[in-house]
Design a protein around this ligand. Structure first.
Ligand code: AKG
Length: 302
Protein backbone atom coordinates (compact mmCIF):
# COMPACT_ATOMS: atom_id res chain seq x y z
CA UNK A 1 0.00 0.00 0.00
CA UNK A 2 1.21 3.54 -0.67
CA UNK A 3 1.34 6.06 2.18
CA UNK A 4 -1.77 7.71 0.78
CA UNK A 5 -3.64 4.39 0.60
CA UNK A 6 -2.70 3.61 4.20
CA UNK A 7 -3.95 6.99 5.39
CA UNK A 8 -7.14 6.80 3.33
CA UNK A 9 -8.00 3.30 4.57
CA UNK A 10 -7.29 4.23 8.20
CA UNK A 11 -9.34 7.41 8.04
CA UNK A 12 -12.25 5.61 6.36
CA UNK A 13 -12.30 2.45 8.49
CA UNK A 14 -10.62 3.47 11.76
CA UNK A 15 -7.98 0.79 11.22
CA UNK A 16 -5.54 -0.51 8.68
CA UNK A 17 -3.81 -3.90 8.48
CA UNK A 18 -0.31 -4.01 7.05
CA UNK A 19 1.46 -7.26 6.26
CA UNK A 20 5.23 -7.72 6.40
CA UNK A 21 6.18 -4.38 7.91
CA UNK A 22 8.23 -5.91 10.75
CA UNK A 23 11.29 -8.09 10.11
CA UNK A 24 10.94 -11.51 11.71
CA UNK A 25 14.27 -11.05 13.49
CA UNK A 26 12.90 -7.91 15.15
CA UNK A 27 10.27 -9.99 16.95
CA UNK A 28 12.81 -12.54 18.24
CA UNK A 29 13.87 -10.48 21.31
CA UNK A 30 10.25 -10.44 22.54
CA UNK A 31 9.86 -14.17 21.91
CA UNK A 32 13.19 -14.88 23.62
CA UNK A 33 12.10 -12.76 26.59
CA UNK A 34 8.86 -14.76 26.89
CA UNK A 35 10.65 -18.09 26.46
CA UNK A 36 13.16 -17.27 29.21
CA UNK A 37 10.40 -16.25 31.65
CA UNK A 38 8.28 -19.32 30.90
CA UNK A 39 11.34 -21.54 31.28
CA UNK A 40 12.20 -20.01 34.68
CA UNK A 41 8.55 -20.34 35.77
CA UNK A 42 8.41 -24.03 34.84
CA UNK A 43 11.73 -24.75 36.61
CA UNK A 44 10.59 -23.03 39.78
CA UNK A 45 7.29 -24.91 39.88
CA UNK A 46 8.94 -28.23 38.97
CA UNK A 47 11.51 -27.86 41.75
CA UNK A 48 8.68 -27.14 44.20
CA UNK A 49 6.92 -30.32 43.07
CA UNK A 50 3.97 -28.39 41.66
CA UNK A 51 4.53 -29.46 38.06
CA UNK A 52 5.04 -33.00 36.76
CA UNK A 53 7.14 -31.89 33.77
CA UNK A 54 9.19 -28.93 32.56
CA UNK A 55 7.41 -29.20 29.19
CA UNK A 56 10.68 -28.13 27.60
CA UNK A 57 10.05 -30.06 24.38
CA UNK A 58 6.84 -28.16 23.76
CA UNK A 59 6.71 -25.39 21.13
CA UNK A 60 6.72 -21.67 21.91
CA UNK A 61 2.95 -21.61 21.40
CA UNK A 62 2.22 -24.68 23.51
CA UNK A 63 4.60 -24.62 26.49
CA UNK A 64 2.96 -21.98 28.68
CA UNK A 65 -0.50 -23.32 27.77
CA UNK A 66 0.58 -26.84 28.84
CA UNK A 67 1.89 -25.51 32.17
CA UNK A 68 -1.31 -23.56 32.87
CA UNK A 69 -3.39 -26.55 31.83
CA UNK A 70 -1.68 -28.80 34.39
CA UNK A 71 -1.95 -26.10 37.09
CA UNK A 72 -5.59 -25.61 36.08
CA UNK A 73 -5.21 -21.83 35.95
CA UNK A 74 -6.13 -19.23 33.32
CA UNK A 75 -4.38 -15.98 34.31
CA UNK A 76 -5.82 -12.81 32.74
CA UNK A 77 -2.47 -11.04 32.55
CA UNK A 78 1.17 -11.75 31.88
CA UNK A 79 2.73 -11.31 35.31
CA UNK A 80 6.44 -11.89 34.70
CA UNK A 81 7.54 -8.31 34.05
CA UNK A 82 8.05 -6.60 30.75
CA UNK A 83 10.38 -3.62 30.95
CA UNK A 84 13.61 -3.88 29.01
CA UNK A 85 15.53 -2.76 25.99
CA UNK A 86 13.27 -5.00 23.84
CA UNK A 87 10.48 -2.50 24.40
CA UNK A 88 12.55 0.50 23.39
CA UNK A 89 13.41 -1.31 20.15
CA UNK A 90 9.80 -2.38 19.63
CA UNK A 91 8.42 1.15 20.06
CA UNK A 92 11.01 2.45 17.59
CA UNK A 93 10.58 -0.15 14.85
CA UNK A 94 11.09 1.79 11.60
CA UNK A 95 8.18 0.11 9.75
CA UNK A 96 5.82 0.95 12.61
CA UNK A 97 7.05 4.52 13.06
CA UNK A 98 6.63 5.24 9.34
CA UNK A 99 2.93 4.51 9.71
CA UNK A 100 2.65 6.31 13.05
CA UNK A 101 4.11 9.45 11.43
CA UNK A 102 1.48 9.25 8.68
CA UNK A 103 -1.35 8.89 11.18
CA UNK A 104 -0.24 11.05 14.12
CA UNK A 105 2.30 13.52 12.74
CA UNK A 106 5.82 14.38 13.78
CA UNK A 107 5.60 14.82 17.58
CA UNK A 108 4.63 11.47 19.03
CA UNK A 109 5.26 9.43 22.18
CA UNK A 110 4.60 5.84 23.07
CA UNK A 111 2.59 5.64 26.31
CA UNK A 112 5.40 3.56 27.83
CA UNK A 113 3.77 0.22 28.62
CA UNK A 114 2.54 -2.47 26.25
CA UNK A 115 0.07 -5.31 26.75
CA UNK A 116 1.72 -8.67 26.28
CA UNK A 117 -1.07 -11.16 25.67
CA UNK A 118 -0.83 -14.82 26.58
CA UNK A 119 -4.36 -15.53 25.22
CA UNK A 120 -4.60 -19.00 26.69
CA UNK A 121 -6.86 -21.76 25.35
CA UNK A 122 -10.46 -21.48 26.64
CA UNK A 123 -9.75 -18.26 28.56
CA UNK A 124 -12.97 -16.27 28.63
CA UNK A 125 -11.60 -13.28 30.54
CA UNK A 126 -9.12 -12.57 27.72
CA UNK A 127 -11.79 -12.66 25.05
CA UNK A 128 -12.18 -8.95 25.69
CA UNK A 129 -15.76 -7.74 25.17
CA UNK A 130 -16.34 -5.08 22.49
CA UNK A 131 -14.62 -1.86 23.54
CA UNK A 132 -12.77 1.26 22.49
CA UNK A 133 -9.26 1.66 23.87
CA UNK A 134 -10.18 5.12 25.19
CA UNK A 135 -12.58 3.38 27.55
CA UNK A 136 -9.70 1.50 29.18
CA UNK A 137 -7.71 4.73 29.58
CA UNK A 138 -10.62 6.69 30.94
CA UNK A 139 -12.11 4.25 33.40
CA UNK A 140 -10.01 3.03 36.27
CA UNK A 141 -12.74 2.41 38.81
CA UNK A 142 -15.11 -0.53 38.52
CA UNK A 143 -18.59 0.59 37.49
CA UNK A 144 -17.71 4.29 37.24
CA UNK A 145 -18.20 6.00 33.88
CA UNK A 146 -15.68 8.65 32.90
CA UNK A 147 -14.76 10.29 29.61
CA UNK A 148 -11.43 12.04 29.10
CA UNK A 149 -9.84 11.03 25.82
CA UNK A 150 -12.64 11.00 23.25
CA UNK A 151 -11.27 14.20 21.67
CA UNK A 152 -7.73 12.88 21.29
CA UNK A 153 -6.41 10.75 18.46
CA UNK A 154 -4.23 7.87 19.65
CA UNK A 155 -3.09 4.81 17.72
CA UNK A 156 -2.93 1.22 18.96
CA UNK A 157 -0.52 -1.13 17.20
CA UNK A 158 -1.39 -4.80 17.58
CA UNK A 159 1.41 -7.21 16.66
CA UNK A 160 1.11 -11.02 16.57
CA UNK A 161 4.08 -13.03 17.85
CA UNK A 162 2.51 -16.23 16.44
CA UNK A 163 -0.04 -16.50 13.66
CA UNK A 164 -3.36 -15.07 14.88
CA UNK A 165 -6.38 -16.88 13.44
CA UNK A 166 -10.13 -16.88 13.99
CA UNK A 167 -9.67 -20.18 15.84
CA UNK A 168 -7.06 -18.93 18.31
CA UNK A 169 -8.86 -15.64 18.98
CA UNK A 170 -7.58 -12.96 16.61
CA UNK A 171 -8.91 -9.40 16.91
CA UNK A 172 -12.20 -8.33 15.36
CA UNK A 173 -13.02 -4.73 14.46
CA UNK A 174 -16.10 -2.82 13.34
CA UNK A 175 -15.14 -0.71 10.31
CA UNK A 176 -16.20 2.93 10.61
CA UNK A 177 -16.94 2.69 14.35
CA UNK A 178 -14.24 5.30 15.11
CA UNK A 179 -16.78 7.87 13.89
CA UNK A 180 -19.33 6.92 16.56
CA UNK A 181 -17.60 9.01 19.24
CA UNK A 182 -16.66 7.75 22.68
CA UNK A 183 -19.44 5.36 23.71
CA UNK A 184 -20.75 4.59 27.19
CA UNK A 185 -19.26 1.67 29.01
CA UNK A 186 -17.72 0.75 32.34
CA UNK A 187 -15.32 -1.71 33.86
CA UNK A 188 -16.78 -4.85 35.38
CA UNK A 189 -15.44 -6.63 38.45
CA UNK A 190 -13.13 -8.64 36.14
CA UNK A 191 -11.60 -5.29 35.02
CA UNK A 192 -12.89 -5.74 31.47
CA UNK A 193 -14.85 -2.86 29.96
CA UNK A 194 -18.35 -3.60 28.75
CA UNK A 195 -20.30 -1.35 26.39
CA UNK A 196 -23.90 -0.39 26.94
CA UNK A 197 -24.69 -0.38 23.25
CA UNK A 198 -25.28 -3.43 21.04
CA UNK A 199 -22.47 -2.52 18.65
CA UNK A 200 -22.96 -5.63 16.52
CA UNK A 201 -26.42 -4.30 15.63
CA UNK A 202 -24.87 -1.02 14.49
CA UNK A 203 -21.94 -2.26 12.40
CA UNK A 204 -20.51 -5.37 10.78
CA UNK A 205 -17.62 -7.08 12.62
CA UNK A 206 -14.61 -8.12 10.58
CA UNK A 207 -11.97 -10.64 11.79
CA UNK A 208 -8.30 -9.65 11.49
CA UNK A 209 -6.26 -12.84 11.08
CA UNK A 210 -2.61 -11.86 10.92
CA UNK A 211 0.78 -13.50 10.55
CA UNK A 212 3.93 -12.40 12.43
CA UNK A 213 5.51 -9.51 10.57
CA UNK A 214 2.14 -7.82 10.13
CA UNK A 215 0.46 -5.22 12.33
CA UNK A 216 -3.04 -3.90 12.94
CA UNK A 217 -3.17 -0.12 13.45
CA UNK A 218 -6.39 1.20 14.97
CA UNK A 219 -7.64 4.33 16.65
CA UNK A 220 -8.54 4.73 20.31
CA UNK A 221 -12.20 4.97 19.22
CA UNK A 222 -12.31 1.93 16.93
CA UNK A 223 -14.66 -0.66 18.42
CA UNK A 224 -12.92 -4.04 18.65
CA UNK A 225 -12.88 -7.35 20.50
CA UNK A 226 -11.20 -10.73 20.45
CA UNK A 227 -12.92 -14.06 20.96
CA UNK A 228 -12.14 -17.26 22.84
CA UNK A 229 -9.06 -19.19 21.77
CA UNK A 230 -10.42 -22.61 20.80
CA UNK A 231 -7.01 -24.19 20.07
CA UNK A 232 -4.58 -25.85 22.55
CA UNK A 233 -1.90 -23.17 22.12
CA UNK A 234 -1.32 -19.62 23.35
CA UNK A 235 -2.01 -16.83 20.89
CA UNK A 236 0.95 -14.67 21.85
CA UNK A 237 0.77 -11.03 20.81
CA UNK A 238 1.85 -7.61 21.97
CA UNK A 239 0.03 -4.31 21.56
CA UNK A 240 1.28 -0.81 22.28
CA UNK A 241 -0.06 2.71 21.96
CA UNK A 242 1.06 6.08 20.65
CA UNK A 243 -0.24 9.57 21.35
CA UNK A 244 0.75 13.13 20.41
CA UNK A 245 3.43 14.43 22.79
CA UNK A 246 1.37 16.91 24.85
CA UNK A 247 3.93 19.71 25.14
CA UNK A 248 5.13 19.61 21.52
CA UNK A 249 2.34 18.47 19.19
CA UNK A 250 -0.02 20.96 17.54
CA UNK A 251 -3.27 20.16 19.34
CA UNK A 252 -6.63 21.73 20.13
CA UNK A 253 -7.12 22.71 23.78
CA UNK A 254 -9.40 19.68 24.27
CA UNK A 255 -6.89 17.27 22.72
CA UNK A 256 -4.01 18.77 24.72
CA UNK A 257 -5.93 18.31 27.95
CA UNK A 258 -6.60 14.69 27.01
CA UNK A 259 -2.95 14.11 26.07
CA UNK A 260 -1.91 15.57 29.44
CA UNK A 261 -4.41 13.24 31.11
CA UNK A 262 -2.71 10.24 29.49
CA UNK A 263 0.78 11.44 30.34
CA UNK A 264 -0.09 12.19 33.97
CA UNK A 265 -1.88 8.89 34.39
CA UNK A 266 1.18 7.03 33.17
CA UNK A 267 3.55 9.05 35.37
CA UNK A 268 1.33 8.43 38.40
CA UNK A 269 1.70 4.71 37.69
CA UNK A 270 5.51 5.04 37.61
CA UNK A 271 5.62 4.83 33.80
CA UNK A 272 7.44 7.30 31.57
CA UNK A 273 6.06 7.81 28.04
CA UNK A 274 8.80 7.53 25.41
CA UNK A 275 9.24 10.21 22.74
CA UNK A 276 9.63 8.30 19.46
CA UNK A 277 9.09 11.00 16.82
CA UNK A 278 10.19 14.58 17.29
CA UNK A 279 11.90 17.53 15.69
CA UNK A 280 13.56 17.99 19.09
CA UNK A 281 15.38 15.60 21.41
CA UNK A 282 14.83 11.85 21.16
CA UNK A 283 15.87 9.90 24.30
CA UNK A 284 18.31 7.02 24.09
CA UNK A 285 17.47 3.71 25.73
CA UNK A 286 19.82 4.59 28.59
CA UNK A 287 18.13 7.97 29.16
CA UNK A 288 14.66 6.45 29.08
CA UNK A 289 15.63 3.64 31.44
CA UNK A 290 17.10 6.19 33.88
CA UNK A 291 13.94 8.34 33.73
CA UNK A 292 11.80 5.23 34.19
CA UNK A 293 13.80 4.08 37.24
CA UNK A 294 13.59 7.56 38.78
CA UNK A 295 9.82 7.60 38.23
CA UNK A 296 9.42 4.17 39.84
CA UNK A 297 11.51 5.34 42.78
CA UNK A 298 9.46 8.54 43.13
CA UNK A 299 6.27 6.50 43.09
CA UNK A 300 7.57 4.12 45.77
CA UNK A 301 8.59 6.97 48.05
CA UNK A 302 5.15 8.43 47.71
O1 AKG B 1 -5.31 -9.10 21.96
C1 AKG B 1 -6.48 -9.22 22.26
O2 AKG B 1 -7.00 -10.32 22.40
C2 AKG B 1 -7.34 -8.01 22.48
C3 AKG B 1 -6.59 -6.78 22.23
C4 AKG B 1 -7.35 -5.55 22.56
O3 AKG B 1 -8.51 -5.55 22.81
C5 AKG B 1 -6.64 -4.29 22.56
O4 AKG B 1 -5.46 -4.25 22.16
O5 AKG B 1 -7.24 -3.29 22.98
Amino acid sequence: MTNQEIKTAYERDGYVVLKDIIDHQDLEPMRDFIKAKVDAYSRELYSEGKLSSLYEDESFERRYAAICEELDILPRNWSFGIFGRELYELYNLPGVLNVIRLLLGSEVSNIGTPALRTKLPRSVITSFPWHQDSQYFDQSVVGKKEKHTGGLHMVTVWVPLVEATVENGCCWVIPGSHRWGLLDGARGADMNVRMEEDVEARGTPVPIPLKPGGALFMSNLTVHTSKVNTTRKSRWSIDFRYFPTPDRAALTAEAREAAEFIKNKQLAGGIVPLVVLTEGHKPTWEAWEAAFSAQQQARRSG
